[in-house]
Design a protein around this ligand. Structure first.
Ligand SMILES: [Zn+2]
Length: 239
């Protein structure tokens, strides 16, 4: 009797030990699962650790080009496209900095040399941001009214900018009207503000009646923003 009692106790003990081992295993495995989960999440976050500066061209007393028929200011359309682009980039978790968020220029008082001060301020914002990508949004204009379509400009001394330009132009060519024209070298102040990939997107001609009509259309502006967005995502290899 005593023996069998001992046997039962030893069985109970064995059972307890097994139970404890199972619990310990479960705890350890759940810890590992949490660890894997954390690693994935932090990896995901790291992969989106990029800063994009969006520069809406002109503003304030500097309207940029003027619409051929409607006399719309280029600065207004630039800002509208820039804001749509900002939203798309922010939505996927990228850090976005806008050089301007409203209709005002960045020059302070509109006294002599306001344009120079405006450009300097944009440069300051870009330098402070330590960006990976800079996109200046503009609308084109030309004395001959037949020119149409969107084109990306880059500085010839910057191979990364050329790469970014190719990604965005590729989107323009396939999704926007009359934009299968290839990228172009441009000698502009804004392209020399940073060592990061920096381009100017001229999104269509306000001097052309058909382009002007499209550029005023919200859905077409959204299409432009989507092209630049997809171009940036491709360039940063986030797909
Ligand atoms: Zn412009």
């Amino acid at each position: 009797m005593k023996k069998s009692r001992k046997y039962i106790f030893s069985l109970l003990k064995k059972g307890q030990i097994i139970f404890c081992m199972v619990v310990a295993l479960l705890v350890i495995s759940s810890c590992i699962a949490v660890d894997i989960g954390t690693a994935t999440a932090s990896n995901g976050k790291e992969s989106l650790d990029f800063t994009i500066v969006i520069d809406a061209g002109h503003g304030g007393i500097d309207p940029g080009s003027i619409g051929y028929k409607t006399k719309v200011k280029e600065s207004v359309i630039n800002l509208s496209v820039a804001k749509k682009l900002e939203q798309k980039l922010s939505e996927i978790g990228l850090r976005v900095i806008m050089t301007r968020k409203d209709e005002n220029g960045l020059y302070g008082l509109s006294t002599t040399n306001y344009k120079k001060r405006d450009m300097q301020k944009r440069r300051d914002i870009i330098e402070k941001a330590h960006p990976d990508v800079v996109v200046s949004v503009h609308m084109n204009s030309y004395v001959r009214h037949n020119l149409r379509g969107a084109q990306v400009f880059f500085d010839k001394t910057s191979p990364v900018s050329e790469q970014l330009a190719l990604f965005i132009q590729d989107q323009f060519a396939s999704k926007l009207e009359k934009s299968d024209k290839g990228i172009s070298v441009g000698d502009y102040y804004m392209l020399k503000c940073t060592k990061a990939a920096s381009v100017i997107a001229e999104c269509g001609f306000l001097s052309n009646e058909e382009d002007e009509k499209l550029l005023l259309n919200e859905a077409y502006q959204d299409k432009i923003a989507e092209c630049i967005f997809v171009g940036i995502v491709g360039f940063l290899n986030l797909e």
